[in-house]
Write a protein that binds this ligand. Structure first.
Ligand code: OAD
Length: 246
């Protein structure tokens, strides 16, 4: 793959980099994205019936089972070359933050260390009532499992529509974006806030914004560089071109 020469020279000298990833990064691991026509989760399921506090209050078992299915898929999935390339990038940039909207845990599985999970972690559950994190739970019981501490219902440790992001995660994401000389946006449709606006904190400080996506998005006209193709091809090629490793 060919990249603009000045982009390669610039990235080689960068000492602080923030990355925002979305479902597109895990697509090549076999996990469905949300908004892609036909294959996207929100093309097949209704978010308001599965991913809101109201839905859980109304039909807790339906919501639990849907997340249990996605948890099993996430646990069975393996990181792909896009995840590996981001983990490699971290080894070359002193101040590197990987902000992700993904809940599948594949960045951590690939060896990324400074990960900010903005939308939570599907591999964990917590008590909907007292916030306790049980170390284990029955995955396929007839009822939604209950908390050993307060008997409240257990729920996936993810952010639902209408809920706020964990404030510590959002704070770390904003601080990293403000510090970053470059902001890399990978595999997200950039339709969900506040994640979709984080790049602005970097741009306001004069940073360079780069998008990697299968296709153009609503951000494409605003970014400094757009690199279009599968993240599992573009990112390893970029890492090789900038740091000379694959
Ligand atoms: P979307 O499904 O909205 O967007 C996925 C993006 O990835 C699209 O822009 C695709 O073009 C792109 N894409 C697909 N395959 C790709 C590949 N192989 N390489 C590169 N790009 C690829 O997913 P998100 O933007 O992550 O929130 O969605 C954001 C949030 O909306 C999710 O975190 C979730 C959802 O509702 C919550 O659940 C809170």
């Amino acid at each position: 793959m060919e990249f603009p020469k000045e982009l390669i020279t610039f990235l080689r000298a960068v000492s602080s980099l923030a990355v925002l990833t979305g479902a597109g990064v895990s697509a090549e691991s076999g996990l469905a994205t949300f908004r892609d026509a036909q294959t996207g989760l929100w093309a097949r399921f209704r978010p308001e019936e599965l991913a809101t506090p109201k839905a859980f209050a109304r039909q807790p078992k339906l919501v639990w089972d849907w997340y249990a299915m996605r948890r099993a898929q996430a646990l069975a999935a393996k990181p792909n070359p896009a995840h590996w390339a981001l983990a490699e990038m971290e080894r070359h940039v002193p101040d590197f933050t990987l902000i992700t909207q993904n809940v599948d845990g594949l960045h951590q599985a690939a060896g990324s260390r400074n990960v900010v999970p903005l939308h939570g972690n599907i591999r964990r559950v917590r008590c909907a009532q007292c916030g306790f994190y049980p170390p284990s739970w029955p995955e396929d019981s007839e009822q939604v499992p209950r908390c050993s501490q307060c008997n409240g219902l257990l729920r996936p440790d993810v952010v639902w529509f209408g809920e706020s992001l964990p404030s510590w995660a959002l704070r770390r994401a904003i601080q990293a974006s403000e510090r970053a000389q470059a902001f890399l946006i990978v595999g997200t449709s950039a339709l969900v806030q506040p994640a979709a606006s984080l790049w602005k904190f970097c741009a306001q400080q004069g940073g360079t914004v780069i998008e990697v996506n299968l296709e153009r998005t609503i951000l494409s006209d605003k970014v400094d560089y757009g690199l279009y193709g599968p993240a599992g091809r573009v990112l390893p090629a970029l890492v090789e071109a900038v740091w000379g490793v694959t």
